[in-house]
Structures are given as C-alpha cells and as structure tokens.
Design a protein around this ligand. Structure first.
Ligand code: URA
Length: 433
C-alpha cells in the first residue's frame, strides 16, 4: 500500500523551522512504529525537533499519535476516582512508596504504572522488588481488582501503552536527542494519558541530581506537560521541587523501602514527609477530594494499613526486614561545621556504582546496595562524625563509589562542611497549574 507522506519532506519541514501538519505527525509516528520510517530518519527528525522545537498544537498532536499506537486503560468502572503521580526522577526519590497507599487511604484510587531505573536515579519497581515475594507484573484484570479492593497498585507498565514511545525513547537515548523538551513531555504524558488516570500531579525535579538542571528548563517542561494533560481532559498540576540534595537519608532500593515504612509509621525524614503530603494534597484536590487531610491518615495508621494490603496483594512479605549489605564503609567529617552541600548527583552516582542502579537495562540491581546519610544538608557535624555509610554486596565496587563522591561538583566533592555555616532549602519551589 502506498504511504501517504514521505519522511524526508517531514524532516525538511522541521529542519527549516516549519510547523508539521496534523496528518504528517499522525503518519510519521505510526509509520515509525510499523517500521516504515527508518531509525535514521526518525533520529534526524528528533534532532530537528530538539533544535527547532514544536508548537503546543504539534506537541499535543504528537502525544495523541503516540497514544494511538497502543492500548488505553479505562478506570471508569471503578467505584472511586483515580489520581496518579509522575516524578521526573531524583536521588532518594522514594515518594511513590508512601504516597500511593496514603492517597488510597484518603479515598482516591491510585493506578501507578512504574518503570525500572536506568542511570543514577532508581526505579520504583527496583525498590519494591527488595521486598521478598513482591511481584511487579500484573494483568489488567489483577490491577483493576486490586484498585477496587485496596485502592492502590504500583506495578510494571505493560508494553501495550504507547509502544511508539518505547521505540522512540530507545532511539533518542543513542542519538543525543533525549533532552528535547517536546519529546520528553510527549513521552511522559503519552504513557500517563494512555494509563487512563483522572487526575495527575507531576513532580518536576530541578537541580544537580535531576534531569533538568535549571529552573527555567524545569518550568518549561512542567508547563508543557500540564498543558498536554489539560488538553487531554486529565486534571493536571505540577510541583517544581528541589533535587540538588537527595530526598531523605536513604538512597538505594532496600534502604528506601525501610525509610518509606518509617514515614508510613508516622516518622521519617522531614523533607520526605513534606513532599509526600504536598503531592497527596495535589492528587486529592485533582480528584475532587478537598475535605480530607492526608496528614491525619499518616498519623493514625490508615496509610500504613493500605501499604500492608497493597504489598501483600502483590505477594510481598510486609514483615520481612530489608536485607543488610555485607560490605559497609563509613565516610567521616574532617572538620567541625554545618553541611552546606550534600550533592544529589554525587550521592546518586555513588549509590548506582555500589549496585543500587544499572548501567544497561538488562543488568540486575542489588537490594541492599546504596548510600545512607547519617547527616545531611543543614545539619551540624563534629570532626570524626560519620556523615554517610556506603553499602554494597560486591566489595570491588566500593572504590568506585567513593570516587563518585570525591569527583562530584567538578572535583569539589559531594559534601561541603562550613564552620558556622547555615543553609536553607526550598523543597517545593513552585506550583504550576
Ligand atoms: N522519562 C520518560 O518517560 N521519557 C523521557 O523522554 C524522559 C524521561
């Protein structure tokens, strides 16, 4: 059958800074997924998009075309409204773990389709897989049943959602075109819109440990994604949040599960609690629930109950302790003072090299590897105090983990201790609706 467009014309239009017609977009996304448009043609188009940008209408159409390549889930038969959260990824970002059961405990169902980590930011599924027996792969029927019974499900996104994105993301990864904001926004939102959630909150991270290093870029990405969600009929808001310092004290799969359980038990680090509550309020408001305070559900154990049911429903042993790493090394303060820098990228790369993350998508991850911050930003230390411990199952990784800490910030190091210093962190930088 003759094709109705020519890929080269489309590439040339975008290369020249032109606007693509709706039908050109529909065709090129579909034809790429079918294998009619070749990888080299799509990579050329992706580069033209990176350099020339796209209008709001083009991004919206591109997103719709990606959704149309796969299935769409439909939660309209559930007895409760749905809300979901997406984070652009950060170090120590375990927020999904306490957040999903917390929002479920407040009466809104949370269908959280997640991925595995690649690079220095961990994946939610990798974290939960540190729990013995826990199963990430659910059928659509199992997911629906759990959403109705428990109210929250965190599971692997099946390959049926926006298959065009899977192919295109892998191509962008090897052609230097990941950073194009129209392509990031349409990639994330095609999956979230296809997932069928009624409301969505985006946690757009900014800082050294984030995808977006500058506030201006993070703002543009947030604005683009909020517009895409809104145009598609999903109540969408975004919080711009700081990722120059890791969230909480635990970075690594099992370590982060343990810290999430502390939060669900009413304790845990203040920043993790603050962000969990801020995102929960956005999700509840998006689903039209404004008369419930999620802080109460954390304090009175309802969120913990929902967590236990959510993990048990997927085969996880909720009472199993997280594994201890057999090899642990301490990093101590060299002077008295206040920690005025705890660089997210330094800690994230160290945890990754220790075995918490993977370099290639087929690599296994270690459940007990990571970095635990006994002291973090703004806290006082005395010379000789333990600032952090490094954990791994494979001791030959230790030197590279330590080197990641030392090499961060162009060699200035991950940690800065300033005598008499002080520092303020604005965790939630802005809200975009
Ligand atoms: N995450 C995604 O899902 N897609 C991108 O393009 C970038 C991050």
């Amino acid at each position: 059958m003759a094709e109705r467009h020519d890929a080269v014309d489309i590439i040339k239009t975008k290369r020249g800074g032109g606007t693509l017609a709706d039908d050109q977009i529909d065709w090129v996304v579909d034809a790429y997924t079918r294998g009619v448009v070749a990888d080299e043609q799509m990579s050329s188009l992706a580069m033209a998009i990176l350099l020339r940008g796209m209008t709001r209408e083009e991004i919206s159409r591109w997103t719709a075309a990606m959704i149309a390549t796969g299935e769409r889930l439909d939660f309209s038969s559930l007895s409760r409204r749905t809300a979901d959260k997406h984070s652009t990824g950060g170090v120590g970002d375990k927020i999904t773990l306490p957040l999903a059961p917390l929002v479920a405990a407040c009466g809104v169902a949370v269908p959280q389709l997640s991925g595995r980590g690649l690079g220095h930011t961990g994946g939610t599924l990798d974290k939960l897989e540190a729990i013995p027996g826990w199963r990430a792969a659910l059928s659509n029927e199992e997911m629906m049943r759990q959403l109705e019974d428990v109210g929250a499900v965190i599971c692997a996104a099946g390959s049926g959602l926006a298959p065009a994105d899977k192919k295109l993301y892998a191509l962008r990864d090897v052609t230097g075109t990941v950073e194009a904001i129209p392509l990031i926004a349409s990639s994330i939102m095609s999956k979230k819109i296809a997932e069928g959630t009624g409301a969505l909150v985006l946690d757009v991270k900014v800082g050294t440990g984030a995808f977006m290093k500058t506030e201006a870029d993070a703002r543009e990405l947030a604005r683009t994604m909020v517009d895409l969600g809104t145009d598609a009929g999903v109540v969408t808001t975004a919080l711009l949040t700081d990722m120059s310092t890791p969230l909480g004290r635990a970075c690594g799969n099992g370590l982060e599960v343990a810290e999430s359980v502390e939060v669900l038990a009413g304790g845990g680090p203040a920043d993790v609690v603050e962000l969990t509550l801020a995102l929960a309020r956005e999700m509840l408001a998006g689903a039209g629930v404004t008369d419930v305070d999620p802080a109460d559900a954390l304090a009175d154990g309802r969120a913990m109950d929902a967590w236990r049911r959510m993990i048990a429903a997927q085969g996880g042993d909720v009472d199993a302790p997280m594994p201890d790493a057999p090899h642990v090394e301490e990093v101590r303060a060299e002077a008295d003072g206040v920690i005025t820098r705890m660089d997210a990228m330094g800690v994230g790369v160290a945890a990754w090299r220790l075995g918490a993350g993977r370099a290639r998508k087929e690599d296994p991850v270690q459940a007990s590897a990571g970095v635990y911050l006994h002291r973090t930003l703004g806290e006082e230390v005395k010379a000789g105090d333990v600032i952090m411990t490094l954990h791994t199952e494979t001791p030959e990784r230790m030197p590279r983990g330590l080197a990641a800490l030392a090499d961060a910030c162009d060699g200035a190091g991950t940690v800065e201790v300033t005598p008499g210093g002080s520092v303020e962190r604005r965790l939630v930088i802005d809200r975009i609706a």
